[in-house]
Design a protein around this ligand. Structure first.
Ligand code: NAD
Ligand code: GLY
Length: 358
């Protein structure tokens, strides 16, 4: 097992990564301070892993709420199912919620924890690659609104993140690739050496080689933890973690939540950011080709849906969380492994990217 610490002063927490961790009560129990806990999972993950998790907490009063599965259910109506369960179980403020699932479950459980009785503790137990390398770490929680992705939420940190890499054995290939998009993102933003390592190791990652996978997860969590420790509330550099997300969120919202996976939309969005950077003279053609080739190798899309017009993009991009005082800010690249947040981009170049006039 490897352990990282996300350093947030007295709200710091460990991120444990390894095989078989779901069967190690000593990793979970120290983070449960009251006499009860409630697992939040979904109808796909609960039949696979809930009973294994429950063996750790058998001595505590515990129950589970099993949500419908899918991005289409990441909304306030589903959050209400969690609140109803907590109230029906007479759960008090000393309870701990356990998020057992992918990013959708983790984001919703975290938001329920942040808001139920003004805040109860929670633990992230991510079960997709994407949630292991990104969403379970850093405390962004929330739900979608019909008018925009992740528009309702809170910053609220877990007590601990427990990553049992064995659970990846049941994840389907498309979801694995979606997770690789966020792994590649860290390389593009801040670590060119990692990017080349991913290029070399892509076949092993797709084959789910346990050691290579653990290394990719560890290095991704290390990047995420460093950035969040430096800028928890996204005053500046945390925004870089949103490379490709302004375009990606527009794709997810416009195509209907769940039709394009989050990681797929981010992959296409990162290529759009690269194309924009090329038009700005900040990347060269070979670098953009390298990015495309790496994402294709990871079995990810490298262009937005043909059905989306530039007006469709602009409608959703205008409610992006990086819009400040009416000004859109974008994450662009200035070379591989270096990204910037900027409002100082050429709008004509953006228009060409959105209209696919390249
Ligand atoms: P997901 O939670 O929808 O999971 C993908 C699918 O895999 C689901 O059908 C799920 O039931 C299934 N699944 C989960 N674990 C499994 C397992 N071990 N075996 C078999 N099936 C399994 O999707 P995701 O990609 O994990 O997360 C995407 C969500 O995360 C999006 O809503 C996105 O906005 C959010 N996100 C949040 C942050 C953050 O910082 N909070 C960061 C990135 C993404
Ligand atoms: N996934 C982006 C962030 O956590 O800031």
């Amino acid at each position: 097992m490897q352990t990282l610490e996300l350093d947030l002063g007295n709200r710091s927490y460990p991120i444990h990564i390894g095989r078989g961790l779901l069967s190690q009560p000593e990793l979970i129990l120290p983070h449960i301070h009251g006499a009860s806990c409630v697992t939040v999972s979904n109808e796909t993950v609960a039949p696979l892993y809930l009973s294994q998790l429950e063996q750790n907490i058998a001595a505590l009063k515990h129950s589970a709420v099993v949500l419908p599965d899918g991005e289409a259910f990441k909304n306030l109506e589903t959050i209400n199912l969690i609140y109803t369960h907590l109230l029906e179980q007479h759960v008090d403020r000393k309870t701990t919620l356990l998020a057992l699932g992918g990013g959708v479950v983790g984001d919703m459980c975290g938001f329920a924890a942040a808001s139920y009785q003004r805040g109860v503790n929670f633990i992230q137990i991510p079960t997709t690659l994407l949630s292991m390398v990104d969403s379970s770490v850093g405390g962004k929680t929330g739900v979608n609104h019909a008018l925009g992705k992740n528009m309702i939420g809170a910053f609220y940190q877990p007590q601990c993140v427990l990553i049992d890499t064995d659970v990846l054995s049941t994840l389907d290939d498309r979801e694995l690739s979606a997770g690789l998009a966020e792994v590649i993102k860290y390389g593009l933003i801040r670590d060119v050496e990692f990017l080349h390592w991913l290029d070399d190791q892509m076949d092993n990652l797709l084959a789910r080689d346990p050691d290579v996978m653990a290394e990719a997860i560890f290095r991704s969590c290390q990047h995420k933890a460093e950035v969040v420790a430096a800028d928890e509330f996204e005053a500046d550099q945390r925004a870089l973690l949103n490379l490709g997300h302004t375009f990606g969120h527009a794709i997810e919202s416009a195509m209907g939540y769940g039709n394009w996976l989050h990681g797929e939309a981010v992959a296409a969005g990162m290529v759009m950011a690269a194309e924009h950077s090329l038009l700005m003279g900040w990347l060269d053609t070979d670098e953009v080709e390298f990015i495309r080739r790496l994402l294709i190798k990871a079995r990810l899309p490298v262009a937005p849906p043909e059905s989306m017009s530039s007006d469709d993009f602009m409608r959703y991009m205008s409610v992006d969380k990086k819009v400040l005082d009416g000004t859109l800010r974008l994450i662009l690249m200035k070379g591989l492994g270096e990204s910037v947040i900027t409002a100082d981009f050429d709008p004509a170049a953006l228009q060409r990217v959105l209209a696919r006039d390249l």
